[in-house]
Design a protein around this ligand. Structure first.
Ligand code: OSB
Ligand code: MG
Length: 387
């Protein structure tokens, strides 16, 4: 493959308005904030990556401000001028800086985009090139939709109905303590055959184990991250008491975490978010472990802009991503995204990997500038609100 040399890196902090707020066990979000990384090579190829984050540290430790700080002070200066001949070797360039996975994943995503484009490859085919022997991109990702906590059971059933009518083939409901058994019961009663799963975003403890066994009656595909965001061991204890398979999200931040989870029986399914594990190179290693252990795998989302969504679709089109991913069509999130063309839900609840080289979507400069202005205007207000 053709090598590339990184000439410059520009950072853009953006704010986009969601069509409707998204509520999880850790709070409600009305806007998408992200740091977008624009990388230019010596040959003039531009690569884009998204730091998938939120405006406050509810899901993970990072925020837009911490990502911007890490990227501008440490990560970007360390890689300008570097030559990349294999993107899997890229993480070694920034290994001396610890943690901050979402920030480093955004930078690495820009590297992958530019590297794929340099080599006249769609990003999905570039990932497949570095996947285990015989793994070729399917060209499209099978997807589902994640539904936030609604004000009532009736409204939840209505939203699920709308999403099913739009063609989504798998429904994920956000739950929290006090909003679990009854919501699962209501949705299961209204839609007896739907592929249904729940995501608790770490709201429970082992004291709730007995309570959670009630969920076994609803024929769920899985329960995602019921216990603490940094726990693996107790998820293994909980799995012994549940028939429903436990899926880990927050707790698996590296290939090493996944190996531990497999060892202690804490995981039946993996939600892989490339941002959470520090990027696509670590994601490929995790993909390999899933293949080796026959562990069901899907790609999670953080309500990304089109830049992050395009890269996630490209990865989710790999063949061992064998359960529907949390990547929905653009119109589920935004009126106008930062990039074109939008992602549109296709046959059999799928999103196509774009045809162009690299991520295959174009960032619209006018919308980028508008989204940057919105961030600057809204940030002081948002900051006060979070206290
Ligand atoms: O836990 O999977 C999660 C969004 C933000 C933070 C955490 C999560 C989510 C989602 C969104 O579930 C899924 C999507 O991007 O559509
Ligand atoms: Mg989750």
């Amino acid at each position: 493959m053709k090598a590339m040399t990184i000439r410059s890196i520009d950072l853009h902090t953006v704010l986009l308005l969601y069509l409707s707020p998204f509520e999880t066990s850790f709070g409600a979000e009305t806007d998408k904030v992200a740091v977008l990384v624009e990388l230019t090579t010596e040959a003039g190829v531009v690569g884009w990556g998204e730091c998938s984050i939120e405006f406050w540290p509810g899901y993970g430790h990072e925020t837009a401000e911490t990502a911007l700080h890490m990227l501008s002070e440490f990560l970007a200066p360390a890689v300008v001028g570097a030559t990349v001949s294999d993107p899997r070797a890229f993480p070694a360039l920034i290994r001396r800086f610890r943690g901050n996975h979402h920030a480093r994943a955004g930078l690495e995503a820009a590297v992958w985009d530019a590297f794929a484009a340099t080599n006249d490859l769609r990003l999905t085919d570039c990932f497949a090139h570095f996947a285990p022997e015989g793994h070729r991109s399917e060209g499209r990702a099978t997807v589902g939709v994640s539904i936030g906590i609604q004000p009532s059971l009736d409204e939840t059933v209505d939203v699920v109905r709308q999403r099913l009518e739009q063609g989504y083939g798998r429904i994920k409901l956000k739950i929290k303590r006090g909003w679990d058994v009854e919501v699962a019961r209501a949705v299961r009663a209204a839609f007896p055959d739907v592929l249904l799963m729940l995501d608790a975003n770490s709201d429970y403890s082992m004291d709730d184990a007995e309570h959670l066994t009630q969920l076994d009656q609803f024929d769920l595909l899985m329960i995602e991250q019921p216990l603490s965001h940094d726990d693996i061991y107790e998820h293994g204890l909980l799995q012994k008491r549940l028939q429903t398979r436990v899926c880990l999200d927050e707790s698996v931040k590296s290939a090493s975490d996944l190996n531990i989870a497999l060892q202690v029986g804490a995981i039946g399914i993996l939600n892989l978010k490339p941002a959470r594990v520090g990027g696509f190179s670590e994601s490929l290693e995790i993909y390999r472990i899933c293949v080796e252990h026959d562990l069901p795998l899907w790609i999670g989302g953080m309500l990304e802009t089109g830049v992050g969504r395009a890269a996630n679709v490209a990865f989710a089109a790999l063949p061992a991503v064998n359960l529907p991913s949390d990547i929905s069509a653009t119109d589920r999130y935004f009126a106008a995204d930062i990039s074109e063309p939008p992602f549109v839900l296709g046959e059999e609840s799928t999103l196509a990997a774009p045809d162009g080289y690299g991520i295959g979507v174009e960032v619209c400069r006018d919308r980028l500038e508008e989204a940057k202005r919105r961030w600057i205007e809204k940030y002081p207000y948002g900051k006060a609100e979070a206290r």
